[in-house]
Design a protein around this ligand. Structure first.
Ligand code: ZN
Length: 119
């Protein structure tokens, strides 16, 4: 039998952050918390990264290899994804799934850069 609880959880009001600084995402109307290693929330970070990666993939398809700045950016995103995956506080399976997708995407991109002549 369901018990209907209409009262708001007490934890939702007046929660005060101790010691660590709490930053909220300022993209649009988003106000999600930002992980320490990022400058926007995970959702907006991933949106941005996937957009940039698909642009790189598109250029690869046209036989245009990324420059060294792009390559080092890509490898930083891989490191970052691994760090984020192992971070405490990342509890949402959706976030984990998107981070794993990012790693897979980066791996595929590396593979396609190693074999630029493949069809
Ligand atoms: Zn956000």
């Amino acid at each position: 039998m369901l018990i209907h609880n209409t009262a708001a959880p007490a934890a939702e009001r007046g929660r005060v952050a101790v010691s660590t600084q709490v930053r909220v995402c300022r993209v649009g109307a988003c106000s999600a918390l930002i992980p320490l290693t990022l400058t926007v929330c995970l959702t907006h970070y991933l949106d941005e990264v996937f957009t940039r990666i698909s642009a790189v993939q598109e250029r690869c398809r046209q036989r245009e290899m990324p420059d060294s700045r792009t390559l080092s950016w890509l490898s930083r995103q891989g490191d970052l994804a691994v760090t984020l995956l192992s971070s405490v506080g990342l509890n949402f399976s959706e976030d984990r799934a998107r981070l794993l997708e990012l790693l897979l995407c980066l791996a595929n991109l590396h593979e396609s850069m190693r074999r630029p002549q493949s069809p």
